[in-house]
Design a protein around this ligand. Structure first.
Ligand code: GRF
Length: 208
C-alpha cells in the first residue's frame, strides 16, 4: 500500500516538473532543491521540484522535503509482491506529477526494464564513482582497495544496464593515504552536491 505523507499533483503554469526519488538522507535531493531556490528555476527555467518519493519510511530526506512544502510520498517496496508490482505502483505515483525529469538521488533500488523504458531520456542518476569504474555497491571501499589515486562521482542518464548510460557530469577527488571508505565518501559527497544540481539545470536548459 502506498502511504501518502504529503500532497501535490497540480501543475500551475505548465511547469516542467522534477520528481526526485530517495532512500536515505536525501542530501543530493536537498542540494537540488536549494539550488532551484537560489537560482529561481521556476522563473528562469520554468521548472520546479514537484515531488519527492521514498521507498523507506525513515528516509530523512522526506522531513526536509516536507519542510520545503514539496509533495512527498512513501511507497515501501516490501509492501509489494514483486519488483514489477512495486515499479508499476511507483510509476503511477511519479506520473501523477507528469514529470519532465525523474531524478534518482540515492534511490537504492534496482529498476525493472519497464521502468527504465518508461522514463527513457528523462531519467538521471548519480553514482559515487568515476564510471565506468566501480558500478554497483561499496564503491569507496573498492576504490581504496584497488589503490586508486583518484575517486569521484558521475551523473548519468539511466539505461537498462545498472550504472551505465551516457555520462553527463563527473567530479574528481584525490584518494588520500589514510582514507577510510567513510572519509572518502564524505569528500565525494561534497562534489556530488555541486555537480548534480548543475547537471539537472543543464538538462532542463536543453529541454528549452
Ligand atoms: C550518494 O553518495 C549517492 O551517490 C549514492 O548514495 C548516496 C546518497 O546520499 N547513490 P544522499 O541520500 O543524497 O545523501
Amino acid at each position: 500500500m502506498a502511504g501518502f505523507v504529503g500532497r501535490g499533483g497540480d501543475n500551475p503554469g505548465n511547469m516542467k516538473n522534477i520528481v526526485i526519488l530517495i532512500s536515505g538522507s536525501g542530501s543530493n535531493m536537498a542540494a537540488i532543491v536549494q539550488r532551484a531556490q537560489q537560482e529561481r528555476w521556476e522563473t528562469r527555467l520554468g521548472a520546479r521540484v514537484a515531488a519527492v518519493i521514498s521507498n523507506k519510511a525513515d528516509a530523512q530526506g522526506l522531513v526536509f522535503a516536507k519542510e520545503q512544502g514539496i509533495a512527498t510520498a512513501l511507497l515501501n517496496h516490501k509492501d509489494y509482491p514483486s519488483r514489477e508490482a512495486f515499479d508499476a505502483a511507483l510509476m503511477q505515483e511519479i506520473d501523477r506529477h507528469a514529470p519532465a525529469l525523474v531524478v534518482l538521488a540515492g534511490f537504492m533500488r534496482i529498476l525493472t526494464p519497464g521502468f527504465v523504458q518508461h522514463y527513457a531520456g528523462r531519467l538521471l542518476n548519480i553514482h559515487p564513482s568515476l564510471l565506468p569504474a566501480f558500478p554497483g555497491l561499496r564503491t569507496h571501499e573498492r576504490a581504496i582497495e584497488a589503490g586508486c589515486k583518484f575517486a569521484g562521482a558521475t551523473v548519468h542518464e539511466v539505461t537498462a544496464e545498472l550504472d551505465h548510460g551516457p555520462i553527463l557530469a563527473q567530479a574528481v577527488v584525490p584518494v588520500l593515504p589514510n582514507d577510510t571508505p567513510d572519509v572518502l565518501a564524505a569528500r565525494v559527497l561534497t562534489q556530488e552536491h555541486r555537480i548534480f544540481p548543475q547537471a539537472v539545470a543543464d538538462f532542463l536548459q536543453r529541454l528549452g
